[in-house]
Design a protein around this ligand. Structure first.
Ligand code: NAI
Length: 477
């Protein structure tokens, strides 16, 4: 069967690494139809703000598999990164980055048998990019974590463990501080892990995870985490095993999968025939496994390992005295197809089962118990508190507290006066918990406050399943 793959050369060193990958895959004899498409700098320069033309989108819709070089985000042309556009457009929610020690490549961690995969949620979290300047000098970003998004990536991580014959999944979060967002991810992990009794499940706080990745990287097998943490620890992971020149990545969604290297377009070495194509070659191996071409994937992987580990054929990024060119390295990998190494155990790879996750039922008992109003003011906490308390007197609400940057400042706790900025959160609770709030009650009080103060944001306070659906401020009773 001939596979169709959308091939995007990309920018900078992109054409060189993509050419290497294409030559090696073609040399295996595997029939692949490469649909060569454009995205990135050239497209931005033509005036298309997304950096991804409709022909490319159409091709990906047909082939569902992309092998791509890095895309530059030129300053002064498009506003959004073409990479982010591609990942978001095709909902490639699972960013997987294998971190495996390559024999022959000396690092401070050599000989430690490092072999794990980082599974990073690729859509949600702060990367939803929902940001506001709430006052001219206070910026806010929404960290969105959903049950559905968490369940998809967590199931994916367990399925990946099964497909690769791995035995352990760590879920890395900051749930100790971010109890609702990261807490939802952790809770989802605890729920879903029960369905995978054959896999060990552990939770680890992300900062400790970063520490353990340096101290005992060999203890990890699969790490699943939210978007921002994943972004950071996956670069840490590349650093453990030899750097950007050898770090592959796959972005996998329900329909489409995009395979690329972790590195960027490296304009400093572009066009010099000296770039290390290993990262994209390992990404190509991931792509071939995705296409269920396990034998060809293994042939290329073994040849690459032979070239690096036995022949010690290094490019300049791994040996600064090297004169080896990208083309000569590619020729060597082609010549070595069929050779095997004994230092990289071959995993029992099986097809990955992508999880099917429905939206959870929202049918839970809920009650509105108050609201938070965000106010811009240059008053002191004391003056603002007294004013808001007085305005609320005739309403069904009472001022519970005011916080500034998350810390309760009114009523002041223990006489301490924290440093404050002009951005305040006033928390109003129902005076009588047994009454029911209408939106009109909230709007009426907000309108009264707006006669005296500038407000910019309102957040309802709910109880779901009789439990508060909001956190307390630091110091709030
Ligand atoms: P970069 O990864 O392109 O380069 C960082 C350093 O690593 C450079 O010194 C470069 O020469 C070296 N390097 C990278 N890959 C190498 C390889 N395969 N062999 C040998 N040396 C290699 O990161 P930088 O400079 O921050 O980004 C350049 C451009 O790439 C930017 O426009 C950025 O937006 C874009 N980018 C695109 C990505 C993608 O398409 N997935 C990912 C990261 C950056």
């Amino acid at each position: 069967m001939t596979h169709s793959v959308t091939l995007i050369e990309g920018d900078g060193i992109g054409p060189e690494v993509v050419e290497a990958a294409r030559r090696i895959i073609d040399a295996t004899g595997l029939p692949i139809h490469w649909d060569v498409c454009e995205a990135g700098a050239k497209v931005f320069k033509q005036g298309l703000a997304t950096g991804v033309p409709p022909e490319t989108i159409e091709s990906i819709k047909q082939t569902k598999v992309v092998l791509k070089g890095p895309l530059e985000t030129p300053v002064g042309y498009g506003e959004k990164s073409a990479n982010v556009t591609l990942r978001a457009l095709f909902e490639t929610y699972a960013n997987t980055r294998p971190v495996r020690q390559i024999p022959g490549i000396q690092t401070p961690f050599s000989g430690r048998s490092i072999d794990f995969v980082i599974v990073r949620e690729n859509i949600e979290d702060l990367y939803a990019g929902i940001e506001y300047l709430q006052t001219p000098s206070v910026a806010e970003a929404l960290k969105l974590i959903t049950r559905k998004g968490s369940e998809k990536i967590i199931r994916f991580a367990f399925e990946l463990a099964r497909a690769e014959g791995r035995h352990k999944v760590h879920c890395a979060t900051k749930a100790n501080i971010l109890k609702l967002t990261e807490g939802l991810f952790k809770k989802t992990f605890e729920d879903i892990s029960k369905e995978y009794p054959d896999i060990e499940a552990h939770h680890i706080i992300i900062d400790n995870c970063a520490h353990q990745l340096v101290v005992r990287p060999e203890d990890f097998d699969v790490i699943v985490t939210t978007n921002l943490h994943g972004d950071i620890i996956s670069d840490l992971g590349s650093g453990l095993v030899g750097g950007l020149g050898v770090a592959p990545a796959a972005n996998i969604g329900d329909e489409v999968a995009i395979f690329e290297a972790v590195h960027g377009s490296a304009p400093d070495i572009a066009g010099k025939n000296m770039v290390n194509p290993t990262a994209l070659l390992f990404s190509s191996v991931l792509m071939l496994r995705h296409l269920k071409e396990f034998e060809t994937a293994e042939r290329i992987e073994q040849s690459l390992l032979y070239t690096l580990g036995v022949q010690k054929a290094f490019l300049k990024d791994l040996d600064k005295n090297s004169t080896l060119t990208t083309t000569a390295f590619t020729d060597l990998v082609i010549q070595n197809l069929g050779k095997k190494t004994d230092f990289w155990p071959i995993r029992p790879y099986k097809p990955l089962r992508l999880p099917l996750v429905q939206n959870p039922s929202e049918d839970v008992p809920r009650k509105e118990v108050g609201f938070d109003l965000y106010i811009e003011s240059s008053l002191s906490s004391e003056k603002l508190g007294k004013s808001l308390g007085t305005i609320a007197l005739p309403s069904p609400f009472e001022l519970k507290m005011i916080s500034n940057r998350g810390v309760q400042v009114y009523p002041a706790i223990g006489g301490i006066r924290p440093d404050t900025v002009d951005h305040w959160r006033a928390r109003f609770f129902l005076k009588d918990k047994n009454t029911t709030i209408t939106d009109k009650d909230i709007f009426d009080l907000t309108a009264q406050i707006a006669l005296h103060h500038q407000w910019m944001h309102l957040e309802k306070l709910n109880e779901f399943n009789h439990a508060p659906a909001f956190t307390k401020a630091q110091g709030e009773e």
